[in-house]
Design a protein around this ligand. Structure first.
Ligand code: KIV
Length: 264
């Protein structure tokens, strides 16, 4: 199987092959997910909630992200490994460059940051130093307090226009990939059509170029209520590996997500 890099993801967008992505926090799961056909592994700062038991992603440190990225990198050979810059670790381009450098040295092949116009300069700077960037728009979990909770974004027409404009500015600044979290299906469809770079949706509907879920949500082991946009893939499958393979084949076939996992 092909090693996944950014040019492969761009070819997948052009050919219409959907990109299957999951979060990973350790080496054993990284190997299993890759063997089951996952294209992109994200060491997400969601680890603060599902691994560390925090109530948000805000307490996650860059040291924790470096540690988990190192672990995941040991288990990966083919998939693209993306790592998140955690809360307040990219408040300036210089600070972002130092912290992204640590994640790249730990084995990441791409760095993800949350935000729109406020990160445009940082995206440019990382690109100048050879660091590929994945931007993240829509529901930004690191801004949960400012947003007033984990809410769908972009329902209001002005906010939808702002998200689209920010997506274009991020692409123009050199972002190679874009995560869209919890936005209405028509907005995600428009962004996906108007951008050349691939979009990866989570609660953003079927028209994105790829889909990502938090691993523990799709295995049904995250405590509490499962988010509407996620699905427990364990029922109907005989093992974790089979559940992950089902997720991959449903993403590739365009049968996940359904409308019940999306917002209008
Ligand atoms: O931290 C994370 O796991 C993420 C995904 C939900 C996209 O950012």
């Amino acid at each position: 199987m092909k090693t996944i890099n950014i040019s492969v993801l761009h070819q997948m967008k052009s050919s219409g092959e959907k990109i299957a992505c999951l979060t990973a926090y350790d080496a054993s799961f990284a190997t299993l997910l890759e063997d089951a056909g996952v294209d992109v592994l994200l060491v997400g700062d969601s680890l603060g909630m599902v691994f560390q038991g925090q109530t948000s992603t805000l307490p996650v440190t860059i040291d924790a992200m470096v540690y988990h990225t190192t672990c995941v990198a040991r288990g990966v050979q083919r998939a693209l490994l993306i790592a998140d810059l955690p809360f307040l670790s990219y408040t300036s381009p210089d600070r972002a460059l130092d912290n992204a450098g640590r994640l790249m040295a730990a084995g990441a092949g791409m760095i993800k940051l949350e935000g729109g116009l406020r990160i445009v300069e940082t995206v440019r700077r990382l690109g100048q130093w050879g660091i590929p960037v994945c931007a993240h728009l829509g529901l930004l979990p690191q801004s949960v307090h400012k947003l007033g909770g984990y809410r769908v974004q972009g329902r209001d027409p002005d906010q939808a226009t702002e998200i689209l404009d920010h997506a274009k500015a991020l692409e123009e600044a050199g972002s190679e990939l874009l995560v869209l979290e919890c936005i209405p299906v028509p907005l995600a469809k428009r962004i996906t059509t108007e951008l050349k770079i691939p979009t990866i949706g989570i609660g953003a509907g079927i028209y994105c170029d790829g889909q990502i879920l938090v691993l523990y949500d799709m295995l049904g082991i995250t405590p509490g209520k499962r988010p509407r946009f996620s699905r427990d893939f364990i029922p109907g499958n005989n093992s974790i590996r089979e559940s992950v393979a089902t997720f991959v084949s449903e993403v590739k076939a365009g049968t996940f997500p359904q409308l019940e996992h999306s917002y209008t």
